[in-house]
Design a protein. Sequence first.
Length: 294
Amino acid sequence: MSFQPRMQNKISGFKVIGGLHRREWNGIIADVWDVECEARAGGHYLSDDPRMFIVLDAEGGSRCNVRLSPDGRGAVENERQQALSYIPAGMEIWADMVDVRRIRHLDLHFNLEVLGRRLEEELDAGRCDTPRLMFYDERFLQLAQLIAAECLNPQPLHDLYGDGLTVALFIDLMKLNRSDARKRSALATWQLRRAVEYIDENWGRNIRLEELASLAGLSQSHFSHAFKASTGMAPHQWQTNARVERAKQLLLKNEASLTTVAAETGFSDQAHFTRVFRKVVGATPASWKRSRLS
């Protein structure tokens, strides 16, 4: 099943060499990029789908810094020439390449809905929402090298080859096994109340899953399953809905622009706000506002 990765970025200091090499398998898109880098290249990235960023090769320096905020907080640094990062959907990151002259990297974009259907089980929301930044794992790297080689292959092999490689990597990444399909009980009343109140009080910023799990005294995986069993949705979706509800209030209360409403409700920009609003409500902010004021 085809899907288009929804990615926003603001980058500087990079020059793509030879164009994009892309392959698409069922639920996964793989992109291979060769890029020349200026002395301090970097950028801001936001994707609506979870993805992996895998450095396959680098020339020059090897330092790459990944930050979770523009002011440097939550920085993760890597000195290896090969590193991997898993970035959940909706997580903003800032990255800097320090003295790297050239880099080849593989980007894998995951459609969780399609992959969940293919694997015939509900994916662990805790694992899907937990980032792993700048780590090294030889098994992942070997699979990534094979996937990249297939993307670059002028005479591609049967689709089942690349499909098997990418799904194998995803299964290993999520540590999927049959025991993960077991049912979890719902949250206790006090646990649910505490989590919901915390989200309502902090909806304007990205709330980490471990914060909510800590409030309930549970592991992240257990909390995610129990929260969904209680509410019918994942914690991050509950927060998204809270932002959308606040946006509705602002849209009806004043004449603020969509850009202003997006900024005040924690979205990265107007395009991101409009896309999420339409997904949740079923209409764009502008059309929804007109229908309520007419």
